[in-house]
Design a protein around this ligand. Structure first.
Ligand SMILES: Cc1cc2nc3c(=O)[nH]c(=O)nc-3n(C[C@H](O)[C@H](O)[C@H](O)COP(=O)(O)O)c2cc1C
Length: 175
């Protein structure tokens, strides 16, 4: 099965996860950024598409590509600043899946936390007053401090396990 990993990454978190996914797949599996996808992308049987969460959605570069993925199997992965077990994380994945060509469901999904650009945090704290959900608070500071540690080795190992399990599911016809 011809498989490729395509990621959209602004500050490198999703790229790291994409590379861990490619490393867990058969030797030689390419991991490329969305800006450098090969012209024969439609010829691949399986695409692992990675995005960073931008205001609750797949970032624009990934969102533009998702409806064009007519490949037999598409699996999604993402990074975000918030808790990866939160409804916000689940909704972000769900919204991305909805952008796939009509009737297509992801073969697998994975999301983990990723450090938020300190310049973006500073901008948000300036833009929103204290007490606002995006404004500065002890809770918000703790979230960003936790996110700053990710993706970590455990996230990358989990991403690799997700890739292997997704391939098994595809081969067994479970998805
Ligand atoms: C403009 C902007 C919007 C973001 N929106 C969200 C968001 O809605 N929810 C969230 O949890 N994280 C959000 N983030 C954080 C990123 O999704 C997170 O840091 C991600 O790991 C960045 O991935 P990258 O390093 O591959 O670019 C946002 C970051 C930026 C810069």
């Amino acid at each position: 099965m011809r498989t490729i990993v395509v990621y959209s990454s602004r500050t490198g978190n999703t790229k790291k996860v994409g590379e861990a996914i490619a490393a867990a797949l058969p030797e030689g599996t390419l991991a490329v950024s969305v800006q450098e996808i090969p012209t024969d992308l439609p010829a691949y049987d399986c695409v692992f598409l990675g995005f960073w969460v931008d205001r609750g959605q797949a970032d624009k570069a990934a969102a533009d590509l998702l409806p064009k993925l007519t490949n037999a199997h598409v699996a999604l992965f993402a990074t975000l600043g918030a808790d990866p077990h939160s409804p916000h994380a689940a909704e972000s994945l769900m919204k991305a899946a909805e952008l796939l060509p009509e009737g297509k469901k992801p073969a697998g999904q994975f999301i983990c936390q990723g450090a938020v650009d300190p310049k973006v945090i500073e901008m948000m704290y300036k833009m929103f007053p204290k007490g606002h959900v995006h404004g500065q608070s002890a809770e918000r500071d703790a979230l960003h401090a936790e996110a700053a540690k990710h993706p970590d080795a455990a996230d990358l190992a989990a991403a690799g396990a997700f890739a292997k399990k997704t391939m098994e599911d595809i081969v067994r016809g479970n998805v």
